[in-house]
Design a protein around this ligand. Sequence first.
Ligand code: UD1
Length: 427
Amino acid sequence: MDSIYIVGGNRLTGEVKVSGSKNGTLAIMAGALLAKGPTILENVPRITDVHTMMEMLQELGVRVRELEPNTFEIDATDLQSHEAPYDLVKKMRASFCVAGPLIGRLGYAKVPMPGGCDIGARPVDFHVKGLQMLGAKVTMEHGYVEAKADKLKGATIYLDFPSAGATQHIMTAACLAEGVTRIENCAMEPEVNDLAEFLIAMGAKIKGGGTSTIEIEGVDEMRGARYRMIPDRMEAGTLAMAACITRGDVLLTDCSPEHCSAMFKKLQETGVKVIEGPDWARVIADSRPKATDIKTMPHPGFPTDMQQPFAALLAVADGTSVITENVYERRFKYVSELGRMGADIIQEGRTAIIKGVPKLTGAEVSSSDLRAGAALIIAALAADGRSEISGVEHIDRGYERIVDKLASLGAEIVRREAAPETSARMA
Ligand code: UD1
């Protein structure tokens, strides 16, 4: 198993390109099942979650090939199978979202209950309710959801919470349904609007992407499209926070500042300077961050995915900060690991109270999920001495070449197989 080794203390400076969006790509890949004809996706991040989704599509009879680095062709013309394999769905929750398009194309889907990062209860009740309201007959037995409908029928669906995944899933299911579907209280995440734009390029009729009500008028058939993935706002946020904790000066290119608004505003509250351009952002930090509070919320609120990385920054802030996690109740597994590095964090229920310390110290730590891994990397970049981060497979799920990118900005960071004994300093 690989580990990431970091010797903290180097100031990050320079320019780095943000990769394509993980969450956007996963939703769009599931959406590509709807088309007869090839779809070409550009700026696709090469991360394990995307690889898992590719394997999933191939299992369903879809042709997937890489045309050039980060550009893939997906051809679902000969879609054959209606059953998603358990060993792939258990790895990644987003793969559950193939059910809607499968019903649309084949009238039947059998998909296992999903897995994914262990960050709290992650039910699929909104997804199931949506499919049922569109007329699918749904049964849940032996760990599988089976849904059947000769033809889905448009309906008005109200979501109890603006779930990104459920909004995207119901949108794709509704594209080939008869009549009009309205999704009320839907998610407004940029990746939801991006999926809407992609589906429109494939021939769907969708209004209201990016707002709290989306309307989809069903069409008989959809065609392939060429589409470029939006920048990954979570990677942009992670790199920005890495720059800030090292008091660095980093230019993020191929970045969409409007998607990062809540994160950048909160970074500014810590005393960081953020300069924004149309497709870039420069983050400049020259002093210890000031404490601030965050509450996670659906978009345009502060994203839950950035709660853990931000906590790493607040761990060295001047003063006490309070984090309230409103989306995933167990997204605090990093707290004990940051504690091993000297952070002073008390967690109770959905709240973490962080008393900033002047310095963290390098330690052996383990990443329990994707964004916890990001938090540990950020902390290690500023810590005194060397850290070894295990659980890198979680980080690989969502960060493309993160070690190379941070090294190019001046970090002392390597990835290698964990050795039984490791030297105090990396050669
Ligand atoms: C997506 C993102 C994930 C992010 C999350 C919240 C992908 C692949 N992943 O996950 O990175 O952390 O949005 O921004 O896009 N819920 C239910 N029932 C459901 C569905 C959701 O109760 O059927 C609840 C969840 O438990 C959670 C909240 O709704 O509390 C939001 O979840 P949701 O937006 O669906 O997250 P995902 O789409 O799974």
